[in-house]
Ligand binder design. Structure first.
Ligand SMILES: C[S@@+](CC[C@H](N)C(=O)[O-])C[C@H]1O[C@@H](n2cnc3c(N)ncnc32)[C@H](O)[C@@H]1O
Length: 393
């Protein structure tokens, strides 16, 4: 009988990871637990949607920081998955010797590490904005190096890759870093990153190294030194094992994207079409401009931004969907439909992320909340591609 992989989905949102895993192999990946909590909101929309679709798992609607170690210890998960926020990961040595090393309170990455310590999973798949590789700006790469070191200290290897979903067939230009964590990767080599690694198999490459960007280094032996002084470039692919890492700027072997026109409906409800007044606002926002502004101390300066195309080109994949999608701003998709202009429906927003149609439809929810949830989510097909490689072993 096939051995199942039992999964814990953290920061579960509306279940993007689980959808991706089940697309790859529903019988193999069994999500048994999830945690999702939207701080300072009484209405827990994401949790409700997750629980509606997946009532078979134990879905916990509680701040992850309040879940005690025992709860994690009782989860015999083989894999932890989750998309967590990019925050300041710095650590300090605690004055109290017993306590050892202290990460900043409220930093959710340390909750993942706590879960890993208690559960000892075989694998993790994590997702984050690509800025994580460079932050903070004053000590570039520090936060990512802390992350690598934290996993290294627990005897895990870490593989990462920045993926633009549109390069691998998706209808959205969404660039995110995907991180695969496991034990026993011995190979820290160019061949691994370009050909044999999990990410290279999931997201094929041309084999070219961009601008000779290749670097290897050993992380300092102590995580506090990493936090205090370490800085490094981390390129769009990399592997770290036993404290040594290799990072290379690789070139995707593009498979072509799905254009917006393949996912937009021909006829939508009247409310999605824009009044002349709103069209003008979009035109203004998308246009080139130079505006005089004042700093708090009265100093005058010019803020300028370049022009965008008058409306989103339907022959291209969509741009990155943010949580503000649908409101009047430059990042909202603005499309020409016949001789009228409109925004995307919540269902079209779901398609940008390769979610099933109407996934976030639930009694009482607004269109704005549905789009917000999609802005937070991910392109599920990218998770499916990683899961297929894990499934093949
Ligand atoms: C980037 S989103 C992940 C979305 C998810 N991958 C999806 O497909 O919908 C991060 C999620 O973490 C949740 N979150 C934030 N703080 C949390 C906390 N303290 N405990 C548990 N979940 C939290 C947010 O509500 C949000 O849904």
């Amino acid at each position: 009988m096939m051995k199942k992989i039992k999964v814990l989905e953290l920061f579960a949102g509306v279940g993007g990871f689980r959808i991706g895993l089940e697309k790859a192999n529903k019988d193999k990946f069994e999500t048994k637990w999830s945690n999702q909590f939207e701080p300072s909101r009484t209405k827990q929309w994401a949790y409700e949607i997750y629980d509606k679709h997946f009532p078979d798992s134990q879905n916990i609607n509680e701040d992850i920081a309040k879940m005690n170690d025992e709860i994690f210890k009782n989860m015999d998960a083989d894999m932890i998955v989750g998309g967590f926020p990019c925050q300041d990961y710095s650590v300090a040595r605690s004055l109290n010797r017993e306590k050892g090393i202290e990460g900043k309170k409220g930093v959710l990455f340390w909750e993942i590490i706590r879960a890993v310590k208690n559960i000892q999973p075989k694998y993790l798949i994590l997702e984050n904005v690509d800025r994580l590789l460079k932050s903070p700006s004053k000590q570039r790469g520090r936060d990512f190096a802390i992350m690598l070191k934290a996993f290294s200290d627990l005897d895990y290897s870490v593989e990462w890759r920045v993926v633009n979903a549109a390069d691998y067939g998706a209808p959205q230009r969404r660039r995110r870093v995907f991180i695969f964590v496991t034990k026993n990767v011995c190979e820290v080599s160019e061949n691994y990153l370009i050909k044999n690694g999990v990410m290279a198999k999931a997201f094929p490459l041309t084999g070219n190294i961009i601008k000779n960007r290749i670097k290897s280094d050993n992380l300092p032996s102590d995580i506090v030194s990493v936090s205090d002084t370490y800085s490094s470039e981390f390129y769009n692919s990399g592997i770290m094992s036993h404290g040594k890492f290799l990072t290379i700027e690789v070139e995707p072997k593009s498979e072509g994207a799905t254009p917006l026109k393949a996912i937009v409906d021909e006829k939508v409800e009247e409310k999605y079409y824009l009044s002349e007044e709103k069209v003008e606002k979009f035109n203004y926002l998308r246009g080139a401009k130079k505006i005089e502004r004042k700093t708090a101390d009265g100093h005058k300066y010019f803020y300028s931004e370049g022009g965008m195309s008058p409306h989103d080109d339907l022959s291209l994949p969509g741009r990155t969907m943010l949580t503000s999608e649908g409101s009047i701003n430059r990042s909202t998709h603005f499309i020409k439909d016949g001789d009228k202009y409109r925004i995307l429906t919540p269902t079209e927003a779901e398609r940008l992320n390769t979610f099933p149609d109407n996934w976030t439809e639930i009694s009482g929810i607004t269109d704005a909340t549905r789009r917000f949830l999609m802005g937070n989510a991910l392109v599920t097909d990218m998770i499916a591609r990683i899961a297929e490689v894990i499934d093949r072993g």
